[in-house]
Write a protein that binds this ligand. Structure first.
Ligand SMILES: [Zn+2]
Length: 292
């Protein structure tokens, strides 16, 4: 009898730490988001207002799960308010709609600065000489489970959705990208057959952006995307969600790949912009360089 009791207690000691967080999460998901949080979503995730009710419901559930499982830390004296947390969660979870997702399972902490912050960054000079440096940043994504954000820039992105840098979308695209092992512009696509089209289309548009950036020509995708394939994916994610009409018009194949990956069409949430002036001229001697 005593032996049975000990076995029972041992099983309980193993099972409880696993079952308890799941039970708490299930309980949290049953509670609707408070009215104040819904008002924040409507205000600071502007596309939320135009979504179909089913997608709005999905986003609310994802936000609840995000808030339940992630820790927010204010930096430089910032107190992270409920508005800040819901805004960041709402924008980050846009990338997870309609997708089988564990809500950024590798991510545990979001550090929030009041504004742009300075981070240590080594610079590699000619001959590979490394010089310690410092750089002003709007956001950072680390594959050890941290994202760092400037609240000023998160707010700016919320207020001016199609015109600003979307720092939350950018950094959380890096988080998705790194789920495949390392951030390299090739996130986990699900089906092995999807990678060849993805690599061909993204490689071609990345090389094109590099050329346009070199010639300093205006482009729909920010020139920062020409820095590396990982930055190209993050910048294209920002553009997909904030300027979908322009991206679809100028990068039809890329837009089609992102439609397949993100499983939503942000054109349904944002009005088409007025017709644009003539497209920029392609630089002479342009050729696809290939490679990804
Ligand atoms: Zn980046």
């Amino acid at each position: 009898m005593e032996a049975l009791l000990w076995i029972g207690l041992t099983v309980l000691a193993i099972a409880l730490p696993l079952a308890w967080p799941r039970w708490r999460l299930r309980r949290a998901l049953k509670k609707p988001l408070p009215a104040a949080a819904l008002a924040v979503l409507a205000r600071n995730v502007p596309v939320y207002r135009s979504m179909a009710p089913e997608l709005q419901q999905q986003l609310r559930q994802l936000v609840t799960q995000f808030l339940h499982t992630k820790k927010f830390i204010g930096c430089d004296g910032l107190d992270v308010t409920d508005e800040m947390a819901v805004t960041i969660a709402g924008q980050a979870c846009l990338l997870l709609l309609n997708r089988p997702s564990k809500v950024y399972s590798a991510l545990h902490t979001i550090l929030v600065y009041p504004g742009a912050f300075v981070a240590a960054r080594d610079e590699v000079g000619p001959g590979g000489v490394v010089t310690p440096g410092r750089k002003t940043m709007l956001g950072e994504s680390w594959d050890d489970g941290r994202v760092v954000l400037s609240w000023d820039d998160v707010q700016q992105a919320a207020q001016d959705w199609s015109a600003s840098h979307q720092v939350v979308l950018h950094e959380f695209a890096h988080q998705l990208d790194s789920e495949s092992g390392r951030a390299n512009g090739a996130p986990y696509l699900g089906h092995p057959g999807s990678y060849s089209d993805w690599a061909e289309v993204l490689s071609r548009d990345y090389q094109s952006l590099r050329l346009h950036a070199m010639y300093r020509q205006p482009t729909v995708l920010d020139h920062y995307g020409a820095t590396s394939p990982a930055e190209f994916f993050a910048v294209a994610t920002e553009t997909f969600f904030s300027k979908p009409w322009l991206m679809a018009a100028h990068h039809a194949a890329l837009y089609a790949e992102f439609l397949k990956y993100y499983r939503v069409d942000p054109r349904q949430w944002l009005a088409a912009p007025p017709p644009e002036p003539a497209a920029p001229v392609t630089p002479p001697g342009y050729a696809w360089m290939g490679g990804w």
